[in-house]
Write a protein that binds this ligand. Structure first.
Ligand SMILES: [Zn+2]
Length: 221
């Protein structure tokens, strides 16, 4: 048995945990759980994620991933997730600021993927993009435009840049205060998205029309 059991976790805590945990941490964590506990977790996931989890090759045990997942579950249960970005904004943790006003701030990423990698955040805590005030979200994008120009014109001398925003653990979000990455890119820098095996394959128009219709209906709700 693992030190912190899923059996004693409420559904609300479990849902929060599943939003925040990274896929590979979850897979390592589930290897330590009873089949009943694994089933309880899988039932909370989307159909697509559940199918992936059931058919994935689960690989060797990864102790550091298990520890990270267990720590996250405990924080979710305790409801006391401390936010490093709020600590930075309050001057309680260091950061190298580029810009700050009443609603947004930009500083260098402590773990840069490429030289010049920076983050733009709302100054009001918001766990995900959907919780950011739309006016502030627009301001974040306007700042991204200006900082993108600055990064390109600076002595960093990048060849291009990506904007990247992860929403949820499955998308790679690990700090639950919404943040937009500006990633300077250099030919041959080794960074990139990994595409699934079937890509690229053109989709059926009927399927795309169906999906668009679902989304239009959802927008109106
Ligand atoms: Zn925060």
């Amino acid at each position: 048995m693992m030190p912190f059991t899923l059996e004693s976790t409420s559904d609300a805590t479990l849902r929060l945990f599943l939003k925040r945990v990274r896929t590979h941490d979850l897979m390592a964590f589930l290897q330590r759980c009873t089949p009943e506990a694994v089933e309880r977790v899988l039932l909370q996931l989307s159909d697509r994620s559940r199918e992936f989890m059931r058919t994935a090759h689960w690989g060797a045990d990864a102790p550091e991933r298990v520890v990270r997942a267990e720590a996250l579950l405990e924080r979710c249960a305790a409801g006391n997730e401390s936010c490093i970005f709020c600590a930075i904004l309050a001057g309680k943790a260091p950061a190298s600021f580029i810009y700050r006003d009443d609603s947004v701030a930009a500083f260098m990423d402590l773990y840069p993927v490429t030289p010049g990698h920076l983050l733009i955040i709302p100054t009001a805590h918001a766990a995900s993009l959907s919780k950011v005030d739309p006016t502030v979200a627009a301001h974040i994008m306007e700042l991204a435009q200006r900082l993108g120009r600055a990064v390109s014109a600076s002595s960093l001398g990048c060849d291009g840049f990506n904007l990247f925003l992860a929403n949820g653990g499955a998308a790679g979000q690990d700090i639950f205060h919404a943040h937009l990455h500006i990633l300077p890119r250099f030919h041959g820098d080794g960074f990139g998205f990994r595409f699934p095996g079937h890509y690229p394959r053109e989709a059926e128009r009927e399927l795309l029309d169906q999906q668009a219709a679902h989304l239009r209906a959802q927008l109106e709700e």
